[in-house]
Design a protein around this ligand. Structure first.
Ligand code: B12
Length: 577
């Protein structure tokens, strides 16, 4: 195991060569860093706007960045920062990248490619996805800094995101610590961004654990490494009270360091565009009010209403930004109606629960022999322990006597309540009842995911178990060979695969091949987002591949109703026999 101090020094030494360069943002604002700009806007009472963008084709991304910025400005909406949505394969070093599985984001293969983006519009460019937390962390951070980026992330992804076919967590952690050393040694303030919801906040059942996670990450980034730590939160915060309370708690934790952005509550998008606009307006109102009442520097991110279909196109991003700009005007009228007493009560509960969680984790790791003053050991220990075990061992809530291994949350994360509700509702429906009649002792089903998205799998696990199936765990971000081996090893009658990253067809092909090699005829039900970007695409937008999946011999399922029908056809003869 390498030593944290040695890795940090290696990174720091690179600061002689790799420094923050000049970008269009620097030229337009006169600010040396995004942190400086954020403080200026906070003092002026401005609510900042964040746009997330990234198409696989670089030229398309560059052109879209400029076009989105200009189109919004014409409508009076100024985008303060862009989050550049890099591709999955960007986590691999350049030399190995071309053979890797691609997702739906931008591919940047040189310093010049990064610079094309930072020159594309006079807004701050934030590089977060697939930067820190991957084997290419150092290489990508060098390029982003040289191109003038002064917010680099995404530490949250270090904890949960996995690259297909790659599992070297020591190399990943070493590259991340070196990159953090390089950031800390910059002569200008460079924010280390962590999207908590990309990391463990998506898996903790208790928001006190999520806030405690922010405290632990700040301890590593700021206390041990000396870099400013900027938090992003939001995807899973669907309820205004806890959303605002969490922001107010972060103001205490981050103590003057501006937040990067507040992400839209993307899990609210479950319907058509009109229905999703209600979700958009709801969280924007909360976020604008939160920033006006207590500026924390989080730029507000209005996520396009097509979010639940696929990555958004430029026009959809523009529409969402204009919606935010209009909401900023309208929200002012609500402020006199708001009082923060209830939110501040939740804030205080969050803070005390989170502090206890952080302290217990640090003490527990020390007792386990981890050197908690070494950033390498700290990061690796937290990653290897995993969110569920951390919350189970050190969480603030009481152990649940009814469900061993889980605690009663002090401030419940809404995601889990919503999964519970959806499962209960489905099981009472005719399709749910059909599923329950299929289940017999000995009927086994394996669930797995191809990528980080695990809520679909949690829903499947809950539904299948309550319906009476024996559920085997094929893992999260599992490679096809692993899923095939686990299915065969567990003797399952069906595989239920959840996939979201735009790799459905390639993955299903590899999985069916792996099963065929072992002569295993196990049906594969596949759901989530069944799309891919065609090789010859000129839009960089993914298209539906359900038809091709069916031709391959897989069973595409839009929802649980479809799964029930499909399993009825597949399992009924076996069940009756
Ligand atoms: C939550 C979320 C996340 C969370 C995941 C947290 C976690 N640990 O699970 C976080 C923030 C981490 C995340 C990360 C990313 N995400 Co995301 N995410 C979502 C979001 C908002 C919800 C998905 C979800 O879990 N829904 C909850 C489930 C229960 O509901 P559902 O999806 O409707 O599922 C239903 C059915 O499909 C069915 N189902 C699901 N699976 C299966 C399987 C079977 C067999 C069956 C029968 C049924 C079934 O169950 C449900 C029944 O109602 C969607 C957008 C959206 N609103 O849908 C984007 C989305 C899926 N993400 C997307 C992307 C691109 C990413 C990233 C690559 C972004 C990035 N560059 O960093 C990363 C993934 C990185 C990686 N290494 O894999 C894209 C996918 C694009 C595409 N394919 O076109 C989406 C669509 C957003 C977008 N528009 O860009 N994401």
């Amino acid at each position: 195991m390498p030593e944290g101090r040695t890795l940090l020094n290696e990174g720091k030494q690179l600061a002689e060569l790799w420094r923050v360069g000049k970008s269009a943002f620097h030229a337009a604002t006169g600010c040396r860093s995004e942190a400086e700009y954020k403080r200026r806007q906070m003092a002026a009472g401005q609510v900042m706007q964040h746009a997330h963008l990234g198409f696989r084709d670089l030229a398309h991304s560059v052109e879209a960045t400029g076009a989105v910025y200009e189109a919004c400005l014409k409508r009076g909406a100024r985008i303060d920062r862009f989050g550049m949505c890099l591709d999955w394969s960007m986590g691999f070093p350049r030399a190995q990248r071309s053979e890797q599985t691609r997702g739906t984001g931008i591919l940047l293969n040189s310093d010049e490619d990064f610079a094309l983006l930072t020159q594309a519009a006079p807004a701050s460019m934030h590089f977060g996805d697939f930067m820190l937390g991957f084997p290419a962390a150092l290489e990508n951070t060098c390029s982003a800094l040289a191109a003038g980026a002064t917010t680099i992330g995404n530490l949250g992804q270090y904890f949960t995101f996995r690259l297909p076919g790659y599992s070297d967590d020591v190399e990943t952690t070493a590259a991340t610590v070196k990159a953090l050393g390089l950031i800390a040694a910059q002569p200008v303030e460079v924010l280390v961004h962590s999207n908590l919801d990309d990391g463990y906040a998506a898996v903790y059942e208790d928001l006190t654990s999520a806030l405690g996670q922010a405290m632990l990450e700040k301890y590593i980034v700021t206390d041990l490494i000396g870099a400013p730590f900027a938090v992003c939160y939001g995807h899973h915060f669907t309820e205004p009270l806890t959303r605002i309370a969490f922001q107010r708690a972060l103001a205490v934790v981050c103590n003057g360091v501006p937040g990067s952005q507040v992400y839209g509550a993307t899990v609210l998008y479950k319907g058509n565009h009109a229905e999703n606009y209600a979700g958009l307006s709801s969280y924007l109102l909360a976020d604008i009010a939160a920033q006006q009442l207590l500026p924390t520097g989080h730029a507000v991110n209005p996520v396009p209403v097509s979010e639940n279909e696929r990555i958004p196109d430029a026009d959809e991003i523009i529409a969402a930004q204009c919606h935010l700009n209009r909401m900023k005007t309208l929200a002012g009228g609500y402020l006199p109606l708001l009082n923060m007493v209830a939110a501040d009560q939740v804030r205080d509960t969050l803070l005390s629960g989170a502090e206890g969680f952080r302290n217990r984790v640090l003490q527990g790791l020390q007792e386990a022999g981890i050197d908690t003053s070494d950033p390498f050991e700290m990061l690796l220990a937290l990653r290897r322990t995993g969110a569920r075990a951390l919350e189970q061992r050190f969480g603030a809530g009481r152990q649940r006597p009814d469900v061993p291994g889980r605690r009663q949350p002090v401030v419940a994360a809404t995601t889990f309540q919503e999964i519970e509700e959806e499962a209960a509702e489905f099981l009472c429906s005719p399709a749910g009842e059909t599923l329950s009649t299929l289940a017999r002792p000995g009927l086994r089903i394996l669930t797995a995911t191809t990528d980080v998205h695990e809520h679909g799998k949690m829903l499947l696990d809950t539904v299948f178990a309550r319906a009476g199936f024996t559920v085997a765990d094929g893992g999260i971000s599992s490679d096809p060979a692993h899923v095939a081996a686990a299915a065969i090893g567990n003797g399952v009658q069906a595989i239920a695969l959840s996939t979201y990253n735009g790799v459905a067809l390639r993955y299903a092909r590899a999985l069916l091949q792996a099963l065929a090699q072992e002569d295993a005829e196990i049906p594969v039900l596949i759901g989530g987002r069944l799309n891919e970007i065609p090789a010859a695409s000129n839009t960089s937008l993914p298209v539906d591949v359900s038809g091709e999946l069916q031709e391959l011999g897989a069973f595409p399922c839009l929802d649980l109703d479809a799964a029930s029908l499909c399993l009825k056809q597949l399992l009924q003869p076996a069940a009756e026999a």
